[in-house]
Design a protein around this ligand. Structure first.
Ligand SMILES: *Cc1c(COP(=O)(O)O)cnc(C)c1O
Length: 472
C-alpha cells in the first residue's frame, strides 16, 4: 500500500504531541506509577517511530488507542531491570550463565541486615579503633577448613592471580601439563600465570606426570609448586598424577611452598553420597598444603568470592600485596559468606539449608514427585498428552564434579501444535523466564533445579505456551 504526500501530512499532524500524551489520562497514570524519565523516553520513542513510519509511507495504525498501547508496552519494558530472576530448568545446579549458587535464606537476610545500615566492616568493636574486613569470615573459615589462616577476595580467579603475583613474581612456578586448563570465561592457567608475572615451568605430559618430573624441575629460581583442579575436563585411560601428599612432602623437603587451586572447593565429604572424585577442602588441608584457593559460588553454595586458605606465613604476605585491595571483597558478599559458613557448622544443616547442596543431593524420588506434579497439572489443564515425567541425568555444572552423574527426572514435553523451538522460546520469554533444554524434538525441564516456590509459575507458563498458542 502506498500513501500519498497529502495523506502523509494529514497523518503526521494527527499525531499527538509529547505534552498532550503526558497530560492525558494515560500519561498521568504512567507518571504516577513509573519514573518520569522512563515515561518521557517511551512517549518520545514511540511518537518518533510513528513519525518515521508515516514519512516512509509505510502503513501504520496511528490512532490514539494504538499509540497508547505501544507506549504502555514500552514503559513496562523500559522499567524492567536488565538483571532479573529466572527459573533454571536445565538441571545444572551450578550454572555459571544463570548466576551459579543460590543463596540460603539466612545468607540473604544477613545481606539485608548488614547493608541496610552501618556496620563494623573495618572497625574493631573491642578496641574502638580501625579494624580489618578480613577478620569477619576468618574464624568460621579456619574452624571449618582446619587451615591456619584464611581470607576471601573477589573471586577465585583473583585469588590465584594474587597468590601467584605475591609468591612467584619473576620466579618459576612448576605446574603439570595435564593441569594447564581453561576454565571458561577466559581463565586459562598459562594466561593467569603470565598476568601474575610468574614464569611457568611446565612439566610432565598431558596424560602422565611423575614425582620425578617435579623433582627435576626444581632449581634456585623455583618459587612455587602449583596444582590446578582439572575442573570440567578429565583425562582417562593411561594416566598418572602425583598425589597431593607426595607434593607437599616434596615441597617441605625442598622448602618450596605448594599451592592448590581447587576450583570448586567442597566443604563437606561427598563420599557418603557416592561421590568419590572430589576431595574436600579439609582433606587437602590435612595433606599439608601451604596455600589453597577455591570459589565461593560453586559447590560451597555461597556468593561470588575466592577463598584463600593455608599457612599463616604465606597468607600474611598475600594479604599485604597492594593488589589485594584491588580485588577485595565487599560487605554484601562478606555478610552472605559469613552466614553461609555458619550453615556449615553443622553438616546435616548445610545439606538441608544450602540450596546448592540441597539440589545436588536431593533424592530422585523427591525430584520425581516434582516432575510428576507439573506434568499432571499441565495435562489436566490442557488436555495435552504431549507431556510426561521421564528419567534423565543432571550435572553439577560450574566445572564441578565433571564425572558425577546425578539421576534425575525431567518434565518432557513433545509439543504437537508448535515446534519445540517455539515452545523453548515462549518459556524463555515468559514474565519469569524459564530456561529449559531441547533434546531432539522434546523440551526437557529438569525438576532438580525447579524450586518448590517456582512450580506454579512453571505450570502456568507451560499451560499458556501449549494451549492458546499466543506468542508471548
Ligand atoms: C572456577 C575455577 C576458577 C575460577 O573461579 P572464579 O571464582 O569463577 O573466579 C579457577 N580455577 C579453577 C580450577 C576453577 O574451577
Amino acid at each position: 500500500m502506498s500513501v500519498g504526500p497529502t495523506d502523509k501530512q494529514k497523518r503526521l499532524s494527527g499525531l499527538p504531541s509529547v505534552d498532550e500524551v503526558l497530560k492525558g489520562a494515560f500519561g498521568k497514570a504512567w507518571l504516577s506509577a513509573y519514573p518520569r524519565r522512563i515515561v518521557l523516553q517511551a512517549v518520545r520513542e514511540t511518537l518518533s517511530a510513528m513519525r518515521k513510519t508515516i514519512l516512509q509511507g509505510e502503513p501504520a495504525d496511528t490512532d490514539l488507542a494504538a499509540i497508547i498501547q505501544i507506549i504502555d508496552n514500552t514503559v513496562r519494558e523500559l522499567s524492567l531491570f536488565s538483571l532479573r530472576p529466572l527459573i533454571n530448568a536445565t538441571g545444572i545446579v551450578i550454572h555459571t550463565n544463570l548466576g551459579r549458587a543460590i543463596l540460603s535464606e539466612k545468607a540473604l537476610s544477613n545481606v539485608v541486615r548488614v547493608s541496610a545500615g552501618y556496620s563494623n566492616l573495618e572497625y574493631d568493636l573491642d578496641s574502638g579503633k580501625r579494624g580489618h574486613r578480613h577478620v569477619h569470615a576468618n574464624r568460621l573459615l579456619k574452624e571449618i577448613t582446619g587451615a591456619e589462616e584464611a581470607f576471601i577476595v573477589n573471586n577465585n580467579a583473583a585469588a590465584v592471580l594474587l597468590c601467584l603475583g605475591t609468591l612467584a613474581k619473576g620466579k618459576e612456578v612448576i605446574v603439570s601439563r595435564s593441569e594447564l586448563v581453561e576454565i571458561g570465561g577466559a581463565f586459562r592457567v598459562p594466561d593467569v600465570m603470565a598476568a601474575s608475572g610468574a614464569v611457568m615451568r611446565e612439566i610432565g605430559t598431558t596424560n602422565k606426570t611423575h614425582l620425578k618430573d617435579y623433582v627435576d624441575a626444581i632449581n634456585d629460581n623455583t618459587a612455587l609448586i602449583l596444582k590446578v583442579h582439572q575442573s570440567n575436563y578429565k583425562i582417562i585411560g593411561f594416566t598418572d598424577d602425583v598425589k597431593i601428599g607426595e607434593l607437599t612432602a616434596l615441597g617441605k623437603k625442598k622448602r618450596i611452598p605448594v599451592m592448590y587451586d581447587l576450583g570448586s572447593g567442597c566443604l563437606i565429604d561427598l563420599k557418603p553420597y557416592g561421590i568419590h572424585s572430589e576431595p574436600s577442602v579439609q582433606e587437602i588441608v590435612k595433606a599439608g598444603i601451604d596455600i589453597l584457593s577455591f570459589s565461593g559460588d560453586k559447590l560451597l553454595g555461597g556468593p561470588q568470592g575466592g577463598v584463600i586458605a593455608g599457612k599463616k606465613k604465606y597468607l600474611e604476605r598475600i594479604r599485604k600485596n597492594p593488589l589485594a585491595r584491588a580485588v577485595r571483597i565487599d560487605k554484601l558478599t562478606l555478610a552472605a559468606f559469613e552466614a553461609v559458613l555458619m550453615e556449615y557448622m553443622d553438616t546435616d544443616n548445610a545439606v538441608r539449608e544450602v540450596p546448592t547442596l540441597q539440589m545436588l543431593l536431593q533424592s530422585p524420588e523427591e525430584i520425581r514427585a516434582k516432575a510428576e506434579r507439573i506434568a499432571a497439572a499441565v495435562r489436566e489443564k490442557t488436555g495435552s498428552k504431549d507431556i510426561e515425567p521421564v528419567k534423565d541425568i543432571s550435572k553439577a555444572g560450574g566445572g564441578s564434579l565433571p564425572e558425577a552423574e546425578f539421576p534425575t527426572y525431567a518434565v518432557a514435553v513433545r509439543p504437537s501444535t508448535i515446534s519445540v523451538n517455539e515452545l523453548e522460546l515462549r518459556l524463555r520469554k515468559w514474565s519469569t523466564p524459564i530456561i529449559a533444554r531441547i533434546k531432539g524434538n522434546t523440551l526437557m525441564l529438569d525438576a532438580r533445579t525447579i524450586r518448590s516456590q517456582d512450580m506454579d509459575t512453571v505450570e502456568e507458563a507451560l499451560v499458556a505456551a501449549l494451549s492458546d498458542g499466543r506468542s508471548l
